[in-house]
Write a protein that binds this ligand. Structure first.
Ligand code: IPM
Ligand code: MN
Length: 359
C-alpha cells in the first residue's frame, strides 16, 4: 500500500517519540512491502517561533493532501504560564482538528497484565480493563464563542452542540461497540446542562438502530469515580469534547502511565494519529520519554487503512517489550530504558516475527 504521511512532531518530546514511531512504520513498510512516504511540517510553539503561526498554511495544505497525519505533541510552558499570550501552540492543534473535520477522537484504554502493579490503583480493580473512549472533538465548549468583557473582569465560553455533530460520532461509537462488548455508556451532565439533554435524546434515538448494543448513561462526576472504582464495567464510552479530555487523562492511570495511550482522530478526510500525552517539556531532549503512545498511534494508523495484521504485530511487539520490562522511566525508575532503546527493541521484535508470535 502507498501512504503519504504528514509528520507534525511539534513541541517538547514530540519529535523524540515521533521519531520512534517513524522507525517502526519504516520497518513495517520494509517487511510487508508497503511504500510510506513521510513529509515533515511545523506545528505548535515551534511553528510560532518560526512563522508566528501555530498552524502555518503550508502545514495545513500538506495535511490536506496527505492520507494521514502522524502528530507528536504540542505546548510550551512559556505560553501555559502566560494567560495574555495572543497566539498559543494549542490553537494549532485545535484548528487542525477543525479544518480536517476530525470530529471523533478514539482513545483505547487497557490494563496490560505485565503492568498491573505499576498503576497506583489495585491490580484487582484494573485487571481486565478494556475500554475505548469516543470523544467528540470539534464541538462543545472548546469551539463555542469566547468572550471577555472590556474591563477584563467577566469571561465566558459557550458550549454548543448540534444534532448533526452528535449523530455522526454516535454512529461510530455504536458501530465500534458492535465489534466489541456491545455496550455504550454516554457520559454527560444531563441533570444540569441543556447540551447534555440533547445528547441523551439523540443518542437514545440512534440506539434503536443498534438493537444488539446496550446503552447506559452516567453523569460525568459519577463517571469520574466509576472510572477508577470499577473500570472493567466500561466498553465504549461516548462523550462530548471536554468531558472526554478530562476522563481520558484519568483513564491513563489504569494502564500505569499516560505515556502508553494512543489515539486516532477521524472524520471525513485525512485522519490524525497522536499520543494523548502532552509535550512534557521537562524531558525534552533527554531521550527518556515513553515512545509507546506514539508507536501505538502508528499502529492505529495502520488499522485505519485496513492493515490489521501489521497493526497487530506492533501491538504484540509492544506487549513483549513491556513484559520484558524494557520500559521508560515513567514505568520503571530503577532500570529505565531510553526512548530510542525502546524503539530499537520494538523494531527488532518486528524483524523477528517468529519470536514475536511465539510469546
Ligand atoms: C488532548 C490535549 C488537547 C485537548 C490540548 C493540547 C488542546 O489535552 O488532545 O487531550 O485539550 O484536546
Ligand atoms: Mn487532554
Amino acid at each position: 500500500m502507498n501512504l503519504k504521511i504528514a509528520v507534525l512532531s511539534g513541541d517538547g518530546i514530540g519529535p523524540e517519540v515521533t521519531q520512534e514511531s517513524i522507525k517502526v512504520l519504516k520497518t513495517i513498510a520494509e517487511i510487508y512491502g508497503h511504500n510510506f512516504e513521510f513529509q515533515e511540517a511545523l506545528v505548535g510553539a515551534i511553528a510560532i517561533d518560526e512563522t508566528e503561526n501555530p498552524l502555518p498554511e503550508k502545514t495545513l495544505n500538506l495535511c490536506r493532501e496527505s492520507d494521514a497525519v502522524l502528530f507528536g505533541a504540542i505546548g510550551d510552558p512559556k505560553y501555559d504560564n502566560n494567560p495574555d499570550a495572543k497566539v498559543r501552540p494549542e490553537q494549532g492543534l485545535l484548528k487542525l482538528r477543525k479544518e480536517l473535520g476530525l470530529f471523533a477522537n478514539i482513545r483505547p484504554i487497557n490494563a496490560y497484565d505485565s503492568l498491573l502493579d505499576k498503576s497506583p490503583l489495585k491490580r484487582e480493580i484494573i485487571q481486565g480493563t478494556d475500554m475505548v473512549i469516543y470523544r467528540e472533538l470539534t464541538g462543545g465548549i472548546y469551539f463555542g464563542q469566547k468572550k471577555i468583557s472590556e474591563d477584563g473582569t467577566v469571561a465566558s465560553d459557550l458550549c454548543e452542540y448540534s444534532k448533526l455533530e452528535i449523530e455522526r460520532i454516535t454512529h461510530l461509537a455504536f458501530k465500534a461497540a458492535q465489534t466489541r462488548k456491545k455496550k455504550v455508556t454516554l457520559i454527560d451532565k444531563a441533570n444540569v446542562l441543556e447540551t447534555s439533554r440533547l445528547w441523551r435524546r439523540i443518542v437514545t434515538s440512534i440506539s434503536r438502530e443498534y438493537s444488539d448494543v446496550t446503552l447506559d448513561f452516567l453523569f460525568v462526576d459519577n463517571a469520574a469515580m466509576q472510572m477508577i472504582l470499577n473500570p472493567s464495567q466500561f466498553d465504549v464510552i461516548l462523550t462530548e469534547n471536554m468531558f472526554g479530555d478530562i476522563i481520558s487523562d484519568e483513564g491513563s492511570v489504569i494502564g500505569g502511565s499516560i505515556g502508553l495511550l494512543a489515539s486516532a482522530s477521524v472524520g471525513n478526510g485525512t485522519a490524525l494519529f497522536e499520543p494523548i500525552h502532552g509535550s512534557y517539556p521537562q524531558a525534552t531532549g533527554k531521550n527518556i520519554a515513553n515512545p509507546i503512545a506514539s508507536i501505538l498511534s502508528a499502529s492505529m494508523l495502520l488499522e485505519h487503512f485496513g492493515l490489521n495484521n501489521e497493526a497487530k504485530q506492533i501491538r504484540i511487539a509492544v506487549d513483549k517489550t513491556l513484559k520484558r520490562n524494557i520500559v521508560s522511566v515513567d514505568i520503571n525508575k530503577e532500570t529505565p530504558s531510553s526512548t530510542s532503546q525502546i524503539g530499537d527493541v520494538i523494531v527488532q521484535m518486528l524483524l523477528k516475527p517468529d519470536e514475536t508470535i511465539s510469546e
